[in-house]
Ligand binder design. Structure first.
Ligand code: NZQ
Ligand code: ZN
Length: 387
């Protein structure tokens, strides 16, 4: 087992109606609040009005319009400017992972005198960040329980995972009823994203039995409950379990003591959504089975056998290669069965920029150190197989 240090300081406040505790949680953090949100879904579900009511004794400044795959310009820059102008004490993010990720970058940028990109691009280490509280409305990324945010910069086709322990939310409100209105498309993308977070931690050289059990159980739960959420969007029990699975997905708890994988599918997908602004979870679902096929070898075979037997219930007495290949096919079939477009062409990506993207990924994502190292040619092969 590998050495590790671990601390997740975020307070999770989970369940129906928990938002009533918002004023009490916010009060010690200050009076001046930057309320961040996306394109309007929080207004449609009545949450915006509810939050303003709960914050009637606070001074609230708003940053609306944060887009999926949140953009440095304008959202991060506008948020930092508002925090400085209004001397904001605390950020309240209400929405999905994109709103929260953007809020994290704003929180750090607000406490820095230079260009916030210096922090996101790791040129400068942040010394401080504003506290963040979030109310999550979409289960997927795990941003509510981790220290990362992913920010896109359109003009350079960069999509960077910015991670710093300063960025852990102080508290995350997780009320599954707010996710009832998430579309089938976004629900399926959320399932695929969370499943891939687990896989990125499962397919490693050195793993504990304990972590393998967590991961396998999470994958099974995500498949069962994800399908239920799509079939019946107001199934509270399914939405709740899916939400909790997603929350666990990205904060390292599933890989403590394991060796690292390098998160190859994320490295590849971030370029797809940087270049084409596609939905993150859909990009991952498309890449994952092709990446699996690419890395299947004598060396990785036993890992795939374990995955096939414990996650999909494939008969362990069958030939190992047969089990591994069937497990990969079942991964593909599951994503397809929940309505995810399973080719790059279906999400608007053709061959024209594959070379450029493969080069960008090889230079920027460090996948030469992944569980199975990927060079530019390997990355391109996975992209071509995904067309
Ligand atoms: O903008 P609004 O109107 O709010 O609509 C959003 C958006 O269009 C909508 N939505 C959210 N809650 C809803 C709802 N619609 C109806 N009812 C609700 N309750 O859903 C759309 C997608 O929202 P978004 O926040 O983009 O989705 P998600 O939570 O999947 O976040 C994706 C982003 O997170 C990054 C991804 O790369 C992507 O940029 N990731 C962040 C990670 C992290 N911080 O740890 C890890 C992940 O691997 C991922 O990379
Ligand atoms: Zn992800």
């Amino acid at each position: 087992m590998q050495n590790f240090e671990y601390c997740t300081p975020t307070r999770l406040i989970f369940g129906k109606g928990v938002v009533e505790k918002l004023p009490a949680v916010m009060a010690p953090l200050g009076k001046k609040v930057l309320l961040t949100y996306g394109g309007g879904s929080i207004k449609k579900i009545g949450l915006y009005q509810k939050v303003l009511e709960l914050l009637k004794n606070f001074e609230v400044v708003e940053l609306p319009g944060i887009q999926p795959n949140p953009k440095y310009d304008p959202s991060v820059l506008d948020g930092v400017r508002l925090c400085k102008e209004h001397k904001i004490d605390v950020i309240l993010s209400v929405g999905g992972g994109s709103v929260l990720d953007c809020s994290k970058a704003i929180a750090a940028g607000a406490c820095y005198d230079g260009d916030p990109w210096d922090l996101i691009s790791y040129k400068v280490k942040a010394k401080a960040a504003l506290p963040i509280v979030d109310i999550l409305t979409l289960a997927a990324t795990g941003s509510e329980f981790d220290a990362g945010g992913v920010i896109s910069r359109t003009e350079t086709n960069d999509k960077i995972g910015y991670i710093d322990p300063l960025l852990y939310p102080v508290a995350s409100f997780l009320d599954p009823t707010y996710t009832f209105t998430v579309s089938k498309k976004q629900t399926a993308a959320g399932v695929a994203d969370a499943m891939n977070h687990v896989m990125e931690q499962y397919f490693v050289e050195d793993a504990t039995l304990l972590n393998d059990g967590f991961c396998e159980s999470m994958l099974r739960s995500l498949m069962v409950n994800g399908r239920k959420c799509i079939e019946n969007p107001e199934d509270y029990t399914a939405r709740a379990e899916m939400m909790l699975c997603c929350t666990y997905g990205c904060n390292r708890i599933l890989s403590l003591g394991n060796s690292q994988s390098g998160w190859p599918c994320h490295g590849i997908e971030h370029a797809l959504s940087a270049y084409y602004d596609i939905t993150h979870g859909e990009g991952l679902a498309i890449i994952t089975p092709r990446w699996m096929k690419h890395i299947l070898s004598e060396r990785t075979l036993d890992r795939f056998v374990k995955y096939g037997v414990n996650v999909f219930g494939i008969d362990p007495s069958r030939d190992k290669w047969e089990i591994a290949r069937k497990a990969i096919d079942m991964t593909y079939d599951f994503f397809k069965s929940i309505g995810i477009p399973m080719t790059l062409r279906e999400v608007g990506i053709d061959e024209s920029r594959l070379d450029e993207m493969a080069h960008h990924i090889a230079v920027n994502e460090g996948l030469d150190e992944a569980y199975v190292p990927l060079d530019e040619k390997g990355i391109k092969d996975i992209l071509v197989a995904s067309l």
